[in-house]
Structures are given as C-alpha cells and as structure tokens.
Design a protein around this ligand. Sequence first.
Ligand SMILES: [Zn+2]
Length: 221
Amino acid sequence: MTRHHPDQAMLLDYASGAASEAESLLVATHLTYCPRCRSEVDELECLGGTLLDSIEPSLPAPSSCDEVLDRLGREPRPTSRPVPPQVLPQFQGLPRPIQRLLAASDRVPAWRRVMAGLDVLDLPARPPEGAGSMVRLMRLQPGVAVPQHTHRGEEFTLVLAGGFSDDTGHYQVGDIASCDGSISHRPAADLGEPCVSLVVTTGPVRLASPIGRLASLFVRV
Ligand SMILES: [Zn+2]
C-alpha cells in the first residue's frame, strides 16, 4: 500500500486532461500502484462529466464512461484488449505507462553514469515548462546517497523499485516524494536492492555544499 500520493490539484489536472505530459506520466504510473488514487480519479472524471452536462444541457446524458472521457477530451478506453508494446528486455518490469512511452519512441534511451552508484536515463517525454526541467529514471545502488541538494523548481520522485529515505521521510514502491526550494535533502537508497525512481523536475538541481557545487561543474546531475 502506498503512503505518499499526488495532491488533489495534480489528480484533478490529470482527470481533466490539463496536466502536462510529464505530470500525466507521473500520475498514470502512480495509479498502476494505488487503488485509492485510481478511484479518486474515476470519481473526478465522472464529476467532470456531470458538470459538463450541467453546462451543456443540449447534449444528452452520457451513456457510458467512454462518452464522459470523450467529452473531457481524453482518449476513450480501448474496446478491445490493447496490443502489448514491444518492450526491450532491459525495460521489462517497468510500469505500463513508461513501457508505452519507451515503445513509442524512435530512439532507445540508455542509462548513463552520473557518479559512483548513481545512473540516470532520460525519458523521451516532453519535460515541464522551465529551464532545467527533466523527466528521467534514476537508479541508486543500495546504500548510496545523492549529495545534499535543493531545487529551483519542484521535484517529484516516484519509486518503481527498492526504496529511499531523505529528510522528509521513507519512500517505497508506488510512493511519490515531492519537494521544492524550501527543502534541502540527501536521498539515500535502502539497503538490499537498487532504488529505481521516475523523477520529474520543473527546475534545476542546486547542490548545497561548496564541494558539491564545485563537483557539479564536472558532473551533470
Ligand atoms: Zn495514491
């Protein structure tokens, strides 16, 4: 059971189709783990359909959930079983929304080493508005910690495997950690297995210590 969820505004943006591509990926991936947020999104979508009816009285009542989604500008649910995407062996085991994104891309992204014990993989999704924003997977080896840092924008980290702790708490598979410029943290992977996360940021990382800032001149975090 996940303990850390997207906030109401993020779920509402997702349900109404107003979320950015990166935010949609984050929420859709969280929903694969979280029945509580899935039912909340279902309720918001149906509420949206009811509101739509009240402002468009000429339209007949939606006969199905697909029609509600259609009126909200969202993709209708497929009527037949979807064809599973072609997933490369190294990406098997990732949640379906990320697999679909990778399968639809022309290029195959690869992991790259940032520092000892930390690898990142840039995903082929449009990042949010703002300089330094990004959408990527991050893999921390067991027990490894990212240098203390803060952010110029917001950062959302959704755990896909393993777990990590930072100054704000402990996060396990399905949990979303969110932080902004008011928080300085040092995420450290749990012992046991590597911690793999989906990370969406809306601004650049700022390493906190002078040594960290010096290192950032040489290492692209
Ligand atoms: Zn949730």
